[in-house]
Design a protein around this ligand. Structure first.
Ligand SMILES: O=P(O)(O)OC[C@H]1O[C@H](OP(=O)(O)OP(=O)(O)O)[C@H](O)[C@@H]1O
Length: 183
């Protein structure tokens, strides 16, 4: 039988499949893409933890449904998304490298130059579904700084593993990592 981790959050319950990502480590796979019920339940709780901010930003892909709902709750007309590839329609994009606990290889993270100019001088909250190693968060933060924005909040639904010990992020719940012996 598939091993799962039961996550109870904001009145919803999800059985997350436990997936090996290395010989020694497994993660509970938390995929909010398509999960309208969970996203609408957690977004107001996360929004309530934010200080006053002017703009919110995330990285594609799983942060997008969350930031959409958070921006709606905050009555913002717009939110910003750092993409994982450049597109022909971007104007002089700012580009960083990024890796995360799940990708384990270098990817790029890009911010459209038009979005970067709008972020300049603004108080920015970085929003993501999960913060684990913090590398994705850092890559977004670097882009915001390059754009001239001021990061005033770093927020996620879940803080995974050691991220739960960070005092510079806000989150709703911890998510454990699962270490295992090589069989
Ligand atoms: O703190 P970190 O170790 O960087 O891990 C957290 C990041 O990893 C996941 O994204 P993923 O890389 O799986 O990309 P996706 O959203 O495009 O699926 C998650 O959505 C965070 O953005």
């Amino acid at each position: 039988m598939e091993k799962t981790y039961m996550l109870e959050i904001a009145g919803t319950t999800r059985h997350l499949p436990i997936i090996p990502i290395t010989e020694k480590l497994s993660i509970a796979s938390f995929v909010i893409l398509g999960d309208t019920e969970l996203v609408t339940a957690v977004a107001p709780l996360l929004a309530a933890k934010l200080p006053e901010v002017d703009v919110v930003i995330t990285a594609e892909a799983k942060g997008i449904p969350l930031i959409h709902e958070v921006s709606r709750v905050l009555k913002m007309k717009k939110y910003y998304v750092a993409r994982k590839s450049t597109k022909p329609y971007m104007q002089t994009p700012l580009i960083n490298e990024v890796e995360s606990i799940t990708t384990q290889k270098k990817q790029v993270l890009c911010l459209d130059g038009a979005d970067a100019s709008e972020i300049a001088g603004k108080r920015v909250a970085i929003i993501d579904d999960v913060i684990s190693t913090g590398k994705s968060l850092q890559a977004i933060e670097d882009l915001v700084i390059q754009a001239g924005g001021i990061v005033v909040a770093r927020a996620a639904i879940l803080a995974e593993g050691e991220a739960a010990e960070r005092s510079d992020i806000v989150f709703l719940q911890e998510l454990p990592l699962f270490s295992h012996e090589i069989e």
